[in-house]
Ligand binder design. Structure first.
Ligand code: NAP
Ligand code: MG
Length: 482
């Protein structure tokens, strides 16, 4: 890929930053600069929000037939698929992830546009019986100008999942991609630019979180914010929104457990347990970062997991290994700090724990697949999101203990339950405090149709599925006396 200067996308125009500054986005596998991207300012955010507001209120967009919104979104899905290979390569270069995982991301993004395309003309209110002589009905209206702050781990997927739902429901959009991974969001803007979507509906401002991101989340003239990222930044975004009394949807990661009972299919469970922590080098909000194993099979099962972790290939994403590099030095250092604390706390490193060195790995931050045992479940490393290929193992005797351990962190995003006893599986699922529970699988193939979101500090509000439409619509009740 040639290094070039890119522009951001406001009101259907490609523009530079009002501050004229740019920053580089790099390939995490090699350190090579891929492109220079505008450093969006508060002024740029303000311009984008103004455009989104004017477009939202315009007669043209207010009267735009819902079915035509759907047709355009459907076309965007087709265009994503047409350029899938090019876009997957771009995502791999910008994020570091293995190519086949980037291909899955592009397909998932196309699925979001397709799924919400079909919903565009199927959003409506209800009639409510009140009393004789009153006709009461509800209107489900678009909420207005929607802000989308996107993380770096699944850049194209996450911008697609929220903006497709927002546009389907008749809103306008201002999105900010993460500074480390802006390229596929810009590619999406190119596809949208060539589509029949009226200009000003989709706006993209690149920049730093503390500048463009903060300006967007604190802007008084947005109507909703969708944020995915850390608890700390999510909380700051929510405070900005609170000042302006704006609703937020927060997706803030987790410390998700796989609960492995003695009666499970161990071979299959081990396969999924490893995949759930290795995917995207563990830099996944729903990563299976805790492993709870019934004591009677602990040694046997853990050995299977360790063997698999040792067999994972490590390399540059373009060569499609099992594991690519960590995003950047900051994230890498964070993982190393966790390892130091784990060591001090007496963890047993069953495999991994260090930087991976070797030919072709010199210029990226590669981290070994790591299995930690013997940690206190209440300890820092056992409780906090590491965001690396590191799984912490624990054991339990009874079902009650398993549930207590599973629920024993501040997070509650996803839980995997592995057992052949379906009564037990449903009993456990009902007691788990997490937004998604998978029984004898983990992720169900990604599932754009399944509502996704957190309990506790994993956030609130639901993305994906029909539930997400609630984020982007507002309900009005109308009562007529006749
Ligand atoms: P982060 O700060 O939460 O970043 C997420 C998004 O928020 C990015 O677009 C970021 O922009 C933006 N942002 C940063 N500061 C902001 C502010 N003050 N106001 C508004 N937006 C702001 O996460 P990070 O620092 O990249 O990663 C740290 C940790 O967060 C990770 O180790 C992981 O534990 C967690 N994380 C979770 C997820 C998830 O999927 N739930 C995703 C990413 C990170 P810039 O990138 O341009 O700063
Ligand atoms: Mg990058």
């Amino acid at each position: 890929m040639e290094t070039k200067n890119r522009f951001m996308y406001i009101n259907g125009e490609w523009t530079e930053s009002s501050g004229r500054e740019v920053f580089a986005t790099k390939n995490p596998a090699t350190g090579e600069v891929l492109a220079n991207v505008p450093r969006g300012t508060e002024e740029d955010i303000d311009a984008a929000v103004k455009v989104a507001r004017q477009t939202f209120e315009s007669e043209a967009w207010q009267s735009f037939p819902p079915i035509d919104r759907g047709r355009i979104l459907y076309k965007i899905a087709e265009e994503l698929r047409k350029d899938a290979e090019e876009i997957a390569l771009m995502e791999t270069m910008d994020t570091g992830k293995p190519l086949s995982q980037a291909r899955n991301d592009v397909e998932a993004s196309a699925l979001y546009f397709e799924y919400y395309a079909g919903m565009a003309d199927k959003i409506f209110g209800e009639t409510i019986p009140v009393q004789p002589g009153i006709l009461d009905y509800t209107l489900r209206e678009p909420i207005g100008v929607t802000a989308h702050i996107i993380p770096w781990n699944y850049p194209l997927q996450i911008i697609s999942r929220s903006t497709a739902a927002a546009i389907a429901t008749g809103n306008t959009v201002v999105a900010k991609p993460a500074e480390d991974t802006p390229l596929t969001a810009l590619k999406l803007a190119e596809i949208i630019d060539k589509s029949a979507l009226p200009k000003g509906v989709f706006n993209l401002v690149t920049g730093y979180g503390s500048e463009a991101g903060a300006a967007l989340s604190n802007h008084p003239d947005i109507d909703h914010i969708t944020f995915t990222g850390s608890v700390q930044t999510g909380s700051a975004v929510m405070m900005g929104a609170a000042k302006n009394v704006k609703p937020v949807t927060l997706e803030l990661g987790g410390k998700s457990p796989n609960i492995v009972f003695e009666d499970c299919d161990q071979v299959e469970a081990a396969e999924f347990v490893v995949r759930s922590i290795i995917q995207n080098a563990g830099q996944t909000c729903s990563a299976g970062s805790r492993l709870l194993i019934q004591e009677s099979i602990k040694e046997e099962f853990l050995q299977k997991v360790v063997d698999k972790m040792k067999g994972i290939t490590i390399g540059q994403g373009v060569n499609d290994p099992g594991l690519g590099p960590i995003l950047n030095e900051k994230q890498f250092t964070r993982i190393q700090e966790f390892m130091e604390v784990a060591e001090r706390d007496g963890a047993a490193f069953l495999t991994g724990g260090k930087r991976e060195q070797g030919e072709g790995l010199e210029n990226g931050f590669f981290f070994q697949p790591t299995v930690l045992d013997n940690l206190d479940p209440k300890s820092y490393v056992a409780q906090e999101e590491i965001f690396g290929p590191v799984v912490c193992a624990f054991s339990f005797d009874t079902e009650e203990e398993a549930i207590e351990l599973a629920n024993g962190t501040d997070y509650g995003l996803v839980t995997g339950v592995w057992t052949k006893d379906s009564a037990r599986a449903h009993r456990v699922a009902s007691k788990i405090r997490a937004g998604q529970v998978f029984i004898n699988n983990y992720g169900a193939g990604g599932g754009v149709q399944m509502p996704f979101g957190g309990y506790k500090k994993s956030g609130f509000g639901r993305e994906k599925g029909l539930e997400a439409l609630r984020n982007y619509t507002i309900l009005k009740n109308v009562a007529l006396k006749y």
